[in-house]
Design a protein around this ligand. Structure first.
Ligand SMILES: Cc1cc2nc3c(=O)[nH]c(=O)nc-3n(C[C@H](O)[C@H](O)[C@H](O)COP(=O)(O)O)c2cc1C
Length: 332
């Protein structure tokens, strides 16, 4: 996820239980663009041992081909095309989710990527732009370009991050495509992952925000699948995770205030599992220094018997309904 789940986060996740596959933040492709070294480091310095797909966003045929070829000089598992980004400044350029309005353009972009890739070609898509009227046609375009994996965020671009995902489209994709389909969108608990896989026939789930909120989620899903006891983190575990996040994100070339500001992007998601009233989120958003943040963590995660309480597996529903960070920070 753009500006959040880069190298530091991906490497930190390995300590909690890596997913089977990773996708990078998107590399923005246009005529002057060069490979972003920071995103590249999530491929070249990934310590998880898991495959990493390099995601591209763009529509310029020549430069999409150039990026795909250049990226194959690095240890990528494949090239992934972003057809889902709902940020207006992105889709207005007819890239990301904007391409879903023009199936023929998708066909041309996938055509040049297919020609340029000696590695797997995958797609991350939504079900459509305003509605899903082109969805069957777009699935057929994926098939005719021999796309090898489709991750489907079961909302339209207009649905942003708030519309209720319609997973019947995942089933439709599973039935129409020969390649594996990953179900994406509001997979927030290990049991819902298992349930949605069995209802739709998806090959697996892709998890975004809840992997930040609950980094144990991939481990928990595996434990449930193997009918083993599922690890339940306590609030004290959550507090330790926040400390590890701070250390993982630490850079000695930026001020403490900026350090804390970077951490807040993650805590906006973590906070959804803290208190139902949103006190942690409210107070956390107002701190500037690490010592202030530690006090808030102590108050909400450790003191008065909280340390041994179990962390909620679900995000607290009341907090999701409020205007949140996703509206302001999400570019993906
Ligand atoms: C801050 C943020 C950044 C994102 N960046 C990307 C991105 O670079 N590429 C992408 O395919 N999706 C991106 N997404 C979308 C997620 O991959 C995912 O489709 C979406 O959040 C729904 O899944 P979830 O409910 O598991 O979070 C981003 C989402 C968020 C909230």
């Amino acid at each position: 996820m753009q500006d959040v789940t880069g190298r530091s986060f991906m490497n930190l996740l390995s300590a909690y239980g890596s997913p089977d596959l990773y996708f990078t933040e998107y590399f923005r492709v246009h005529s002057h663009a060069r490979i972003d070294p920071s995103i590249l480091s999530s491929i070249t310095e990934n310590i998880s041992g898991r495959p990493v797909f390099a995601q591209l966003i763009g529509e310029d045929l020549e430069h999409m081909a150039r990026f795909a070829k250049e990226l194959q000089n690095f240890p990528i598992a494949g090239v992934d095309l972003n057809l889902g980004c709902p940020a207006p400044r992105v889709y207005r350029k007819n890239v990301g989710g904007g391409l879903l309005r023009d199936p023929q353009r998708i066909n041309r972009v996938l055509g040049v990527l297919r020609e340029s890739c000696d590695c797997p070609l995958t797609v991350k898509t939504r079900i459509g732009f305003e509605d899903a009227v082109h969805f069957p046609q777009i699935l057929d375009i994926f098939s005719s370009n021999h796309v090898e994996l489709v991750s489907l965020h079961a909302r339209t671009v207009r649905g942003g991050y708030r519309a209720v995902p319609d997973y019947s489209f995942v089933k439709q994709a599973v039935d129409r495509l020969d390649c594996p389909v990953l179900l994406n969108g509001e997979v927030n608990t290990p049991s819902s992952a298992i349930d949605l896989i069995s209802k739709t026939g998806a090959a697996g789930v892709m998890i975004g925000r809840s992997a930040i909120r609950n980094p144990w989620i991939f481990l928990q899903i595996k434990q449930l699948q193997q009918e083993r006891e599922m690890f339940r983190p306590s609030m004290s575990d959550l507090n330790n995770y926040i400390k590890s996040l701070y250390n993982a994100l630490y850079r000695d070339d930026i001020s403490e205030e900026k350090q804390v500001a970077r951490l807040k992007k993650f805590l906006n998601f973590v906070g959804l599992s803290v208190d139902q009233e949103g006190g942690f989120l409210y107070e956390m958003r107002r701190v500037k220094l690490r010592s202030e943040l530690e006090k808030i963590c102590e108050k909400y995660l450790l003191l008065k018997g909280k340390a041994s309480q179990l962390m909620s597996l679900e995000p607290h529903a009341g907090l999701l309904a409020r205007p949140s960070t996703e509206d302001s920070i999400c570019q993906g």
